[in-house]
Design a protein around this ligand. Structure first.
Ligand SMILES: Nc1ncnc2c1ncn2[C@@H]1O[C@H](COP(=O)(O)OP(=O)(O)OP(=O)(O)O)[C@@H](O)[C@H]1O
Ligand SMILES: [Mg+2]
Length: 423
């Protein structure tokens, strides 16, 4: 005779069973979006920043992807963009390593390759869409963006903040250049700094010789973009005929990847890209991802980092989700961690990017990571142990451990190990 179990059988609906540990799994972020991979606590992980913004799960659609070298940051970004294409989403990418060519080929487009003395020039001072009623101090939004960018570039080149007289000289030179040509260029601004007009001097209640002295250092540094090692990319009107309506636009800066001025060049590329984007998207023109891979090169310089942060703030109105890829959490305040502006900048960028995808971090990073990303002690312990392709996702108030899945077809466009594998 069979022995009866001592514990009577318990019947329960599957709905109630879900509440019983160990079957409890995170509800995830819903099913609207693209599949990223496996939620390691159960289920498939699906993500879409525009959907989550619409559902008030996040208050902005921007993302920062952190991770040590070779952990799969770029692989995630490439497959994410590729999968988003199904929903008609477009993408613009600043590609400092020249590694998005295979993704571009799959999408049927060619990257825009920038190199000194090359065939293509982009004007970072190209106007964006003018915001109505945005005139402040007599300047429209385009003029203010141009001034902000030039001041950031000058700060970055000089390696220090601008003096009031330098900023004033730069502003006067930008106005003079804009009065001369419909769209000012960096060489036109440098020329106006080196040959200040009597009108510009009079507007600042000074003489032309004094104004020249005030702006000379700025002019000599900005001249680097016009003459010398960085010439031929951002020093003239934008080359006509670029196809900005393509579903994917890639700016390939790999010719300058090892340049000490990479951050400055990336800032120029991003400025051009954002102005072009604001003219072509928004007002129902579709949602777009703007990716700055290797963004640590921009963030390592306070001047251009400040500029990048201010430009992120504007993009929500255009239907743009920004994606920045960096190595370490401390990249966000790498120049003088104790400096309060650096910390404020890091926190500001993080506040403006409510999705943080964190691949493995070194143990030395944990303190900064825990503080800036509000990690629990368990999450912090996990970070150094994450394997390639696995990341901690912090989305709004939620945390997820996700193994990114790459299909065999996608593997061809994400492989950056070819050189390591070659015999
Ligand atoms: N989820 C994954 N599944 C399988 N292979 C992956 C996955 N993620 C990344 N890889 C492989 O790992 C290698 C490195 O990935 P990737 O170039 O994305 O790293 P990275 O974090 O961007 O590195 P870096 O900091 O140098 O830019 C690639 O060859 C890619 O094919
Ligand atoms: Mg990468």
């Amino acid at each position: 005779m069979a022995r009866r179990p001592r514990v009577p059988a318990h019947q329960v609906t599957t709905r109630n069973l879900g509440a019983a540990y160990p079957f409890l799994a995170e509800a995830g972020l819903g099913q609207r979006g693209v599949v990223i991979g496996d939620d390691l606590l159960g289920g498939t992980f699906v993500f879409d920043p525009f959907e989550l913004y619409a559902q008030n799960v996040v208050s902005n659609p921007n993302m920062v992807v952190f991770g040590q070298i070779g952990r799969g940051k770029s692989a995630f970004v490439k497959t994410f963009l590729w999968r988003q294409a199904v929903f008609g989403r477009r993408a613009w990418v600043v590609d400092p390593k020249g590694e998005y060519a295979d993704l571009a080929a799959a999408w049927g487009v060619r990257p825009v390759a920038l190199r000194p003395g090359g065939a293509i020039r982009l004007n970072p001072l190209d106007p964006g869409r003018e915001h109505e009623g945005a005139v402040i101090d007599g300047l429209g939004s385009t003029a203010r963006r141009q001034m902000e960018l030039l001041a950031s570039l000058a700060c970055a080149c000089l390696g220090r903040g601008l003096l009031p007289r330098e900023r004033a000289a730069l502003g006067a030179a930008l106005s003079a250049a804009a009065a001369r040509v419909a769209v000012p260029t960096v060489p036109a601004v440098v020329e106006a700094l080196l040959v200040p007009s009597a009108d510009a001097a009079a507007s600042l209640r000074t003489g032309a010789a004094d104004l020249l002295e005030d702006g000379r250092d700025v002019a000599l540094e900005l001249r680097r973009l016009v003459h010398g090692d960085l010439c031929g990319m951002f020093d003239g009107p934008t080359t006509p005929g670029l196809d900005l309506s393509a579903p994917l636009v890639v700016l390939d800066l790999s010719a300058l990847y090892t340049s000490s001025a990479l951050g400055i060049l990336m800032a120029c590329a991003t400025a051009w890209l954002q102005a072009a984007l604001s003219r072509t998207v928004g007002r129902g023109g579709g949602q777009v991802f703007v990716v700055v891979d290797e963004a640590w090169a921009i963030l390592s310089n306070l001047g251009v980092a400040r500029w990048l942060q201010s430009s992120w703030k504007m993009s929500r109105a255009l239907g743009v989700a920004n994606v920045a890829v960096v190595h370490r959490v401390s990249d966000l305040h790498s120049v003088g961690a104790s400096d309060s502006e650096q910390v404020a900048l890091a926190q500001g960028l993080l506040a403006d990017s409510e999705t943080r995808v964190v691949y493995a971090q070194s143990p030395g990073e944990l303190q900064v990571a825990s503080a800036l990303l509000s990690l629990s002690s368990t999450e912090a312990e996990l970070l150094p142990q994450l394997r390639r392709g696995t990341a901690l996702w912090k989305v709004g108030q939620g945390s997820f451990l996700v193994q990114h899945r790459v299909s065999p077809m996608e593997q061809l466009m994400v492989n950056t190990d070819a050189a390591m594998a070659a015999r």
